[in-house]
Write a protein of this length. Structure first.
Length: 480
């Protein structure tokens, strides 16, 4: 046997930058020494593409496959998988158990609690001593299974049930729907104001990591009621509901519910803005409800009327209708009693969303009562002086006034409509969009749009009471 011994092997520049040892396919290179050094400081030792290693032993780690799995698959030993169940639950089939085999799984989208992953052993293999499936159902869960032996099978060596993720510092939202707006408050650069004058959605795309920062302030006002006809009463204002949270500072109305609302998760929240009631030959029509999340404001009650009847008969007077604020009672004649105003705050909430309508009167002429407002009841019609009843006043809030004025100003909404009168003087509309009543020559006026104001009652012309004003929904939240 021949033997060649050398002191060193040096790379030859004639072969370029690569030095190849071994004879190629089917050949084996043996390096026999007590210590073998591969590579150099700062260098890289890599297996060729498709090559595998043996004899180095397993360190308990896996190679993570970074393309998330979205449907049932069979795992390979030595690999970790990100499981995305946002589109639905699925199953992970474990490979055949061999001592030292290892598989890891992690919740990619933090949805295991909603859509589980089922882990299934191969054949008669076991998971924790049982030939049964295992279920991963904790948000953000990650697990590592190692196959030990035929008695215990796969044992979970690491289980993280924490959901460590980057957190959104503040709520992120947008609005949809024609004419609806989202602006930054003039006085508070960290506050957004969403204003809905028609239907749409308040779309929360992300909630803050800190629950207290997901509190919002709101104002929800329903459509106002229409005024009644022929000595008709004023329509009641739409229900007024407001909730203010301390993290969006402003001066709220007296009807403030201090807690506001808390948004629990990202979602699209439908917003409905109620329309005003329309007039009729008798009692006015009630306004429509406005809604946002769990808050429902009730449409204002229609104003009562003097009533109808055959020529020469004594008309039967009509009371006002109940609602967020009640419609006023219709003007009356002859021996009839004074018609009642409609009941406000119907159905009841706290703080109350509105007030009662005023009584109708008869003093030869027919004086309709004023519709109730959010802040005050409607005034009864009066025979001395001869006038229809004024509508009840609305209430003022700074929830939206600060978004468009410097210095900030308040806006008053939800005033009741004024009562009509067969005589010379009609009732004034309540502050906050209530329309004044009419006299025999006309003059009844609709409630102002997007205030929830009640419409004015008709005097004595053969027409109808004026329509109520549409409602509005305003949402105020901290965005930075």
């Amino acid at each position: 046997m021949s033997k060649i011994q050398v002191d060193a092997i040096e790379q030859q520049t004639a072969c370029g930058t690569t030095l190849t040892a071994g004879g190629g396919a089917g050949k084996t290179v043996v390096v026999d020494a007590t210590t073998v050094t591969l590579g150099r400081c700062g260098g890289t030792v890599a297996l060729a593409s498709g090559a595998s290693q043996t004899g180095f032993g397993r360190t308990g780690t896996v190679n993570w496959i970074t393309t998330p799995k979205t449907a049932t698959f069979t795992a390979v030993s030595g690999e970790g998988y990100f499981c995305n169940t946002s589109g639905g639950a699925f199953t992970v089939n474990l490979p055949a158990g061999v001592a030292g085999a290892i598989v890891s799984l992690a919740d990619y989208a933090a949805t295991f609690q909603t859509n589980n992953v089922t882990v299934t052993p191969n054949g008669t293999d076991k998971i924790g001593s049982q030939n049964q499936n295992a279920t991963l159902n904790v948000e953000g869960q990650s697990v590592t299974f190692v196959f030990v032996d035929s008695t215990q099978g796969w044992i979970n060596t690491m289980d993280s049930t924490s959901n460590v993720r980057g957190t959104v510092p503040f709520m992120v939202a947008s609005v949809t729907g024609a004419c609806n707006t989202l602006v930054t408050a003039v006085c508070c650069a960290n506050t957004k104001i969403a204003t809905f004058t028609g239907p749409g959605n308040f779309c929360v795309s992300a909630v803050a990591g800190c629950t207290s920062l997901n509190a919002i302030s709101y104002m929800v006002i329903a459509g106002g009621g229409s005024g009644g006809s022929a000595g008709g009463a004023g329509g009641g204002a739409g229900g007024f509901r407001e909730g203010k949270t301390p993290i969006t500072p402003y001066t709220a109305s007296p009807l403030n519910a201090p807690a506001g609302l808390t948004i629990a998760s990202a979602a699209a929240f439908p917003v409905v803005v109620g329309g005003g009631g329309t007039g009729s030959p008798n009692v006015g029509g009630s306004g429509s409800n406005s809604t946002f999340s769990t808050i429902i404001s009730t449409g204002g009650g229609g104003g009562g009327s003097r009533g109808g009847g055959a020529p020469g008969s004594v008309p039967s007077p009509r009371a006002g209708l109940p609602g967020g604020s009640g419609g006023g009672g219709g003007g009356t004649c002859g021996p009839n009693p004074n018609p009642a105003g409609g009941t406000g705050n119907t159905p009841p909430v706290s703080p109350p969303q509105g007030q009662n309508g005023g009584l109708g009167r008869n003093s030869g002429n027919h004086q309709g009562g004023g519709g109730g407002g959010a802040g005050a009841a409607g005034t009864p019609g009066d025979c001395a002086p001869d006038t229809g009843g004024p509508g009840g006043n609305g209430v003022a809030s700074f929830i939206s006034g600060e978004s468009g004025s410097t210095p900030p100003s308040s806006v008053t909404r939800a005033g009741g409509g004024g009562g009509g009168n067969q005589g010379p003087t009609a009732g004034t509309g309540g502050t906050g969009g209530g329309g004044p009543g009419g006299i025999p020559s006309g003059g009844q006026t609709a409630g102002t749009a997007n205030t929830g104001g009640g419409g004015g009652g008709e005097g004595f012309t053969p027409t109808t009471g004026a329509a109520g004003g549409s409602g509005i929904v305003i949402i105020r939240y901290k965005f930075q």
